[in-house]
Design a protein. Structure first.
Length: 280
C-alpha cells in the first residue's frame, strides 16, 4: 500500500484578493470507487495547485509554462522504470483494484467490478486496454509506450474490441457492457465518470513520448481520423473532459501506486490539472 501523501490545493477565486487553502489526503485502498465524484470543496482544474512533490519531483517544472513546461515535464517523467507487457497483468490487479472488493478490478469504460482472476482473451474476461491506441504510432506492446501503466487499464474483452483504435469524441450509441460509454463509426466516448481520466492519460503520453528515445513523437490533435499516425484526438474535447471530470480519489491513488511501486514516475496532469491549459 502506498504511503499517504498530503496535497494542498490553492484555488484562486475570481474578484478575490486571497486564496482558500484546501487539504486533501491521497486515499488508500478503501478510497471511493473508480470515477467517483470529487468531494465537496475539492479544487477544480481551473485553480492553481501545489503538491508535496513540488520541491522535489517537480522542482524543475514549477513556475514554467507552455513549451518550457512541457519540455521540463518530459525530462522529469521520462526517468522511469519500465516493465514488460506480461508484468502489466499483475500490475493492473494492484493499480485498478476495486476499493470495495480486493478480489476485483474496476473496468475503465464499463465501470464493472470483475474478478482479478478473469484476465485473458475470452468472452467474459478482462484484458489490457491501451488508452492511447497502440496503432497510433505503431508502437505495439513492446516495452516502452506499449507497457506504460499510466495509459493501460483493465477492460472487458469485447468492449476493448469495440473501442478498437478509435479516437475520442462525443456522441454515438450504447453497446453491451458499455457502462454509459458510447461509440460510432470513428470515435469513442467514455462514461462520464472517467472522461477526465482518459484525457489525462492521453496528454501524459503526449508529454512522455516526444520522439527522443526511439519511440514516435506522440501528440494530440483535433482529428478523429488519425489511423496509424502518432496522433490522438480530439484535443478540444479531451480538454473539455479534463475540466468536467477532475482527478478522482481512485485516479490519485492509482498515480501514487504507479509511482511508489512500479514505474517511479507520475502523471503530472493528475497532480497539477492546471498544467493542461498552460501547455495546450
Amino acid at each position: 500500500m502506498p504511503v499517504t501523501h498530503i496535497r494542498r490545493r490553492w484555488k484562486t477565486l475570481a474578484l478575490a484578493t486571497s486564496a482558500m487553502l484546501v487539504g486533501l489526503a491521497v486515499p488508500a485502498l478503501t478510497a471511493p470507487s473508480a470515477g467517483a465524484a470529487p468531494s465537496a470543496g475539492a479544487a477544480t482544474t481551473a485553480g492553481a495547485v501545489t503538491t508535496a512533490y513540488d520541491d522535489t519531483y517537480y522542482a524543475d517544472a514549477v513556475g514554467k509554462s507552455g513549451t518550457a513546461l512541457k519540455d521540463s515535464l518530459h525530462t522529469i517523467i521520462s526517468d522511469q522504470t519500465k516493465i514488460s507487457y506480461s508484468a502489466v497483468w499483475d500490475a493492473l490487479k494492484v493499480t485498478d483494484q476495486d476499493p470495495n472488493n480486493s478480489n476485483n478490478v474496476v473496468l475503465l469504460y464499463s465501470g464493472i467490478s470483475r474478478s482479478k482472476s478473469l484476465n485473458g482473451g475470452d468472452t467474459g474476461d478482462w484484458n489490457r486496454e491501451h488508452v492511447w491506441a497502440k496503432s497510433h504510432g505503431d508502437f505495439g506492446t513492446s516495452t516502452g509506450p506499449g507497457t506504460d501503466l499510466h495509459h493501460l487499464r483493465p477492460e472487458d474483452v469485447q468492449v476493448n474490441s469495440i473501442r478498437g483504435n478509435k479516437d475520442f469524441d462525443n456522441g454515438g450509441s450504447s453497446f453491451t457492457n458499455s457502462g454509459g460509454s458510447l461509440t460510432d463509426s470513428n470515435s469513442f466516448e467514455p462514461r462520464a465518470a472517467v472522461k477526465g481520466d482518459v484525457a489525462r492519460m492521453i496528454l501524459y503520453m503526449a508529454v512522455r513520448y516526444e520522439g527522443t528515445d526511439g519511440w514516435p513523437d506522440l501528440e494530440p490533435n483535433d482529428s478523429v481520423t488519425n489511423g496509424s499516425d502518432p496522433y490522438h484526438g480530439r484535443l478540444s474535447v479531451l480538454k473539455q473532459w479534463h475540466q468536467q471530470d477532475p482527478p478522482s480519489a481512485f485516479e490519485e491513488r492509482r498515480n501514487e501506486v504507479i509511482y511508489d511501486s512500479y514505474q517511479h514516475n507520475r502523471n503530472p496532469f493528475i497532480d497539477h490539472p492546471e498544467w493542461v491549459e498552460s501547455i495546450w
